[in-house]
Design a protein around this ligand. Structure first.
Ligand code: URA
Length: 192
């Protein structure tokens, strides 16, 4: 099968970052040639280039992003996971996959005692987080740049996904993405 090489990770991709993080970034699913190959979320594909550069810019990552899990990059007060843990067929997660992975997302969130904010990258991540909390989607509609102060005390922030498709089509610009992180930086700096 294309891309499934024996030396690749080819398995559920664990979250990256410390469990003492106040910010959890929730992506969609491992990329075939990215996280599913390297075993670290967003590592080795285009979406990671933009995500990690932006995290570094706003102090959520330190070191060099070398597109490999052994690059020494460290997340600071931030953890990254995905709504879906394995690479989906055609890169489009099915409803069944999203539902099957939800318990892992719930466990991931429950394991972060100092969590303050969740950034959902795209509608699927946004909906997965809302469902994990038992919140109605109609009450908290997804919109790029939206912030939802959830009843459980966590802030859910939304961004368009930092995929190559979204940046190539101009749906998401670097400036738009940076604005989201700037807002989160400010929110967390003022939180304590
Ligand atoms: N890589 C990930 O780990 N998640 C995404 O959503 C995209 C690329």
């Amino acid at each position: 099968m294309r891309g499934v090489e024996p030396l690749w990770h080819n398995a559920p991709v664990p979250a990256f970052g410390g469990v003492d993080a106040r910010l959890l970034v929730v992506g969609l699913a491992p990329g075939l040639n990215g996280a599913s190959r390297t075993g670290r979320p967003f590592t080795g594909d285009y979406a990671g280039d933009l995500l990690y550069a932006t995290l570094q810019r706003f102090g959520f990552a330190e070191g060099d992003y070398g597109k490999s899990p052994d690059d020494g990059l460290r997340l600071v007060d931030c953890r990254i996971t995905n709504a879906v843990r394995c690479v989906p067929p055609e890169n489009k997660p099915t409803t069944a996959e999203i539902a099957a992975c939800r318990p892992f997302l719930e466990a991931e969130i429950a394991a972060l005692p100092t969590l303050r904010a969740i950034l959902a990258l795209g509608l699927i991540a946004h909906n997965a987080v809302l469902t994990a909390f038992g919140e109605r989607r109609s009450r908290w509609p997804f919109a790029h740049g939206a912030r939802h102060p959830l009843p459980n005390g966590l802030l859910l922030a939304d961004s368009y996904h930092c995929s190559r498709y979204n940046t190539n089509t101009g749906r998401l610009t670097e400036a738009m993405f940076q604005e989201v992180f700037q807002g989160l930086r400010r929110y967390l700096d003022e939180a304590d």
